[in-house]
Design a protein around this ligand. Structure first.
Ligand SMILES: [Zn+2]
Length: 485
């Protein structure tokens, strides 16, 4: 695409980037889209409109519109427009741990030992900064504008401020960032004696104090916020004591923040809670106040009908991570059944160390496929109606926004102007009878004519201004060489 796709209707506009939900983002008209998928459910999933007006970081109109004096006009002819994807569970530090040989054919328990526990001590400030940059750039190039990162690289006397690094990288690149502050108060099983510094647990008081400090420094409760903080112990099983779980929930609610953790990723969770507490994982969490519309769990590959009903009644959500779950052989979450029961469903990439990539289009494509394969597995043929592309897009956009409490993830007036404008100009997308769903059903990665975050263009002609991918690749290679030495 030439630069002529971005035109000013009347006056020059600044390209200066601001750092918050901004009234400085220029009035913009996205004009002539081939199709618009709204991110909303049911009959509202598709819009017959061709144009979207945005101002001060919000969508102000969707229809057949003409440019106003002062509008910057983005030519979207031939393009398909989606809401910016909302990724509700990630571990950005793992971006430098893709394809670690000891973990590539391992399931969860062995993978945790071979990959995250083994390499934890190698992640320093430089490695984390590089990992976050690569990870967020990868997500942005898939059309993602909101990232909830479950960051659990914490131990007593850690030498660098991981939260500051993550928020700074996200701000520099222009995306919304939700820091889910992880951590453990009990050592990882197998590491109880002679614990290396990087695997030592923190006290619950230290975690709560740190979360309170992070809320003070970064958390913005506004529905169009660019920065949020969440209480997120790494798992509620072996890593924290039950009474501490309740203490964390109460602290989070008194701070006005949400709650997140891993749950029922594999069958070990079910065995553990049954043997230790004679409860199902979701029942145990509910007993300890980890249930409600301010709670979402990653994975939930193994849930009973009763657990789904309990979460649905309490509007507790899921970060559905099908690619990581397939990669580790953990199972397939019953996301369509959860959605049908009324549970909030979102999509997430999980860490790149158990995915080997981390982009929202791959995740959506995997979700679209895997539930079709799973529906009749071993019983009958014909799961072609298990999920629609529109439903998967809803999970990955407005579904995630709802779980995070953000007014993003949909194309309708009043919502944040977070928009992905895809050019379907690669052979992969040629011949589509319904190009609107091409980015999900054809898979791959269509190029972006632009990506807008809070109304500002953060990807233009498939490139991120200020990011040199050759230099970034060299940095990533150097980090991988250093940490694997
Ligand atoms: Zn995870």
């Amino acid at each position: 695409m030439s630069n002529s796709a971005f035109q000013s209707a009347g006056r020059a506009t600044s390209t200066k980037r601001s750092t918050s939900v901004s009234s400085t983002s220029p009035p913009t008209l996205i004009r002539g889209a081939r199709a618009i998928i709204t991110g909303l459910a049911g009959e509202r999933a598709r819009s017959s409109a061709t144009d979207i007006r945005i101002d001060a970081g919000r969508i102000t109109d969707v229809g057949h519109l003409t440019a106003l004096p002062g509008d910057t006009v983005i030519d979207a002819s031939g393009c398909v427009v989606y809401p910016g994807w909302v990724n509700t569970h990630h571990h950005l530090f793992q971006t430098m741990l893709k394809g670690v040989p000891g973990g590539i054919n391992a399931s969860l328990a062995q993978w945790l030992v071979e990959v995250t526990a083994r390499y934890r001590h190698t992640i320093d400030a430089e490695a984390l900064e590089t990992a976050a940059t690569v990870g967020i750039v990868e997500l942005m190039l898939s059309g993602c504008t909101t990232i909830a990162d479950h960051h659990y690289l914490y131990y007593p006397d850690i030498a660098f401020d991981g939260a500051r690094i993550l928020f700074e990288v996200a701000e520099r690149l222009g995306v919304r960032f939700v820091l889910c502050r992880g951590g453990m108060t009990r050592p990882q099983p197998g590491f109880e004696t002679d614990i290396p510094r990087e695997l030592r647990p923190e006290s619950v008081g230290a975690i709560i104090d740190d979360v309170a400090g992070l809320v003070h420094r970064y958390h913005d409760p506004d529905p169009l916020s660019m920065r949020r903080v969440v209480m997120a112990p790494t798992t509620p099983t072996y890593r924290v004591r039950p009474e501490e779980l309740r203490e964390m929930a109460r602290a989070a609610r008194s701070l006005g923040i949400r709650l997140h953790t891993h749950l029922s990723e594999n069958l070990d969770y079910l065995r553990y809670f049954r043997e230790a507490h004679d409860r199902s994982p979701v029942e145990f969490c509910a007993d300890h106040e980890w249930i409600g519309p301010d709670v979402w769990f990653a994975h939930l590959c193994h849930t009973s009908d009763a657990e789904i009903a309990l979460m649905a009644r309490n509007r507790t959500g899921i970060a559905h991570c099908p690619a990581s779950n397939c990669r580790l052989g953990s199972g397939i979450a019953s996301a369509p059944q959860m959605a049908a029961a009324g549970m909030p469903v979102s999509l997430a990439v999980d860490g790149a160390a158990s995915n080997e990539a981390a982009d929202m289009l791959s995740e959506a494509h995997t979700a679209w496929l895997v539930h079709r394969a799973a529906k009749g597995l071993g019983r009958f043929e014909g799961g072609g109606d298990a999920v629609t592309a529109e439903q998967v897009i809803e999970w990955g956009t407005s579904g995630g926004a709802g779980i995070l409490g953000l007014h993003t993830g949909a194309i309708e007036p009043g919502r944040a102007a977070d928009l992905a404008v895809y050019s379907l100009d690669a052979p992969r997308y040629m011949g589509l009878h319904d190009p609107a769903i091409g980015p999900v059903v054809s898979g791959g990665r269509p190029t972006l004519r632009c990506l807008l975050s809070a109304g500002r263009v953060v990807v233009r002609d498939d490139a991120i201004p200020g990011v040199d991918l050759v230099e970034l690749a060299a940095r990533a290679q150097a980090v991988v060489r250093r940490i694997s030495a």
